[in-house]
Design a protein around this ligand. Structure first.
Ligand code: 4AZ
Length: 459
């Protein structure tokens, strides 16, 4: 064992006694800094410290200003002409609260149709049908049909981008369509609206009818909370958008064309009727607030009943169309009478709450859920008479997977004929993912007449 005295004695000796300890060349002590250089260094330190303090202070100030602006924006509308703030629910209430009625200029409107929109696509084969009050609905025969007619018909359905038509043999149609009635275009009617350009036929001379596909919609590349869902990529659900008010995600929505977004009417109750406050953010998996399209029209279904959530559908028109790409693409509208059966596989997507009373999800979620039979959903042990003909239900009776708050207005889609189609709009439910309380969706099939009428009237 070594003692302390030994250590001191030993460390005074060179480690190798045969080798003398000499200072190594090139390792000299630096001379002491002069008082002048010391002064300069401390001055520089002081300047740097001051800059740092100023930058941190400005940062804190900017952050505070940002949050204060956000807070004011979430509660007040700024009348720029009269330089005053008014509470949000005073906008679009029918009374001028700003000078020049600035709070009543750009507002959501409501629209009802009591007429039958005279053009529709029928069944999974998308057979073109036209309507007249005298003859009702008739399928259009392929004889004398031209490309110009395809364009005209697609335009009437609100689509101008990709008009395409094919002939479908009458004997391959579903039984209710096989026997007619039929109609055909009169030759030399090229730009007349289709429903006014036809004459009735008892049978198609060509033996086939016209099937239309009007939009490059619903197709995605290679495919693969919502409560109980999984992470999703926007490229797989490129029609999904986030509707934001003052930078805050409020509802989901679906692009049905480069300029139109389908969403829920209940997203625009209270102080949410003013157009300039809305932004539609598209093309993002991680919902941010950057960019986003502004909106020049919000049209709520005139039959929307807030007490019952009946007819819970609205359309938003973007001020300028989005550029279609891998992350931004419209979903197809379904044809009439598709005949979606109970148990059909549906997908719901959104950034809504990950659990009841939870928080919105930063990243897009998706869940696969089956369609529930209407009579089962409207039975007394589920929702009873609260479920109307304008609603469809999807989810599991045992609960666990469901849409939730913040998913509202978003898409419920079904895949067929190599494309995704929008069958439902997230509308309501009792809680989220509870047993015997599945999600209720506004039926897009039931609202097609209204959707086509709005898009055509505002094109
Ligand atoms: C909501 O509050 C909401 N479980 C949306 C969907 C569902 C429930 C609530 C369905 O917007």
């Amino acid at each position: 064992m070594w003692t302390t005295a030994q250590v001191q004695e030993e460390s005074a000796k060179p480690l190798n006694p045969r080798q003398a300890v000499v200072p190594r060349p090139g390792r000299h002590r630096r001379p002491m800094a002069s008082p002048k250089t010391q002064d300069k260094a401390s001055k520089r330190k002081r300047v740097l410290l001051t800059i740092l303090v100023v930058v941190v202070f400005l940062g804190i100030l900017a952050t505070a200003a940002y949050f204060i602006k956000k807070l004011i924006d979430s509660k007040y509308f700024f009348c720029s002409q009269s330089f005053k703030f008014i509470p949000l629910d005073k906008t679009c209430d029918g009374t001028d609260d700003c000078a020049g009625g600035q709070d009543e200029i750009t507002c959501m409107s409501s629209f009802s149709v009591n007429t039958t929109y005279p053009v529709r696509l029928m069944s999974s084969k998308q057979v073109l049908q036209v309507y007249s009050p005298g003859s009702g609905w008739r399928s259009v025969c392929s004889e004398d049909w031209t490309e110009q007619h395809t364009k005209t018909a697609c335009n009437q359905l609100g689509y101008a981008d990709k008009p395409q038509s094919t002939n479908v043999p009458v004997n391959t149609l579903m039984s209710s369509l096989k026997t007619g009635p039929f109609t055909a275009v009169r030759p030399a009617t090229r730009t007349t609206p289709i429903h006014q350009a036809t004459i009735d036929r008892t049978a198609c001379r060509s033996g086939s009818v016209i099937s239309l596909s009007c939009s490059d919609c619903g197709s995605v590349g290679n495919q693969d909370r919502i409560v109980g869902g999984t992470d999703a990529a926007i490229e797989d659900w490129p029609w999904q958008v986030s509707l934001q008010q003052g930078g805050q995600h409020t509802c989901g929505g679906s692009l049905v064309s480069p300029r139109w977004v389908v969403t829920a009417a209940h997203c625009f109750t209270g102080g949410k009727k003013e157009l300039t406050r809305w932004k539609v953010v598209s093309g993002r998996t991680f919902m941010g607030t950057l960019g986003g399209s502004s909106v020049d029209r919000i049209i709520v279904n005139g039959e929307y009943d807030p007490a019952q959530n009946d007819h819970d559908i609205a359309l938003m028109r973007l001020s300028s169309p989005i550029t279609v790409g891998v992350a931004r693409k419209p979903v197809c509208l379904p044809p009439k009478a598709f005949g979606l059966a109970a148990g059909a596989s549906m997908a719901v997507t959104g950034w809504g709450y990950l659990e009841e009373n939870g928080k919105v999800s930063p990243s897009l979620q998706k869940a696969s859920i089956p369609l529930i039979d209407h009579s089962v959903c409207a039975s007394p042990t589920v929702y009873g008479s609260a479920v109307t003909q304008r609603m469809i239900c999807a989810g599991f009776m045992k609960g666990g997977i469901d849409a939730c708050q913040g998913d509202s207005g978003g898409p419920l889609v079904h895949f067929f004929s190599s494309r995704w189609h929008l069958f439902g709009v997230v509308s309501w439910g009792v809680g989220c993912a509870r047993e015997r309380r599945p999600g209720v969706y506004c039926s897009v099939e039931e609202m097609l007449n209204w959707i086509h009428a709005v898009m055509e009237k505002n094109s």
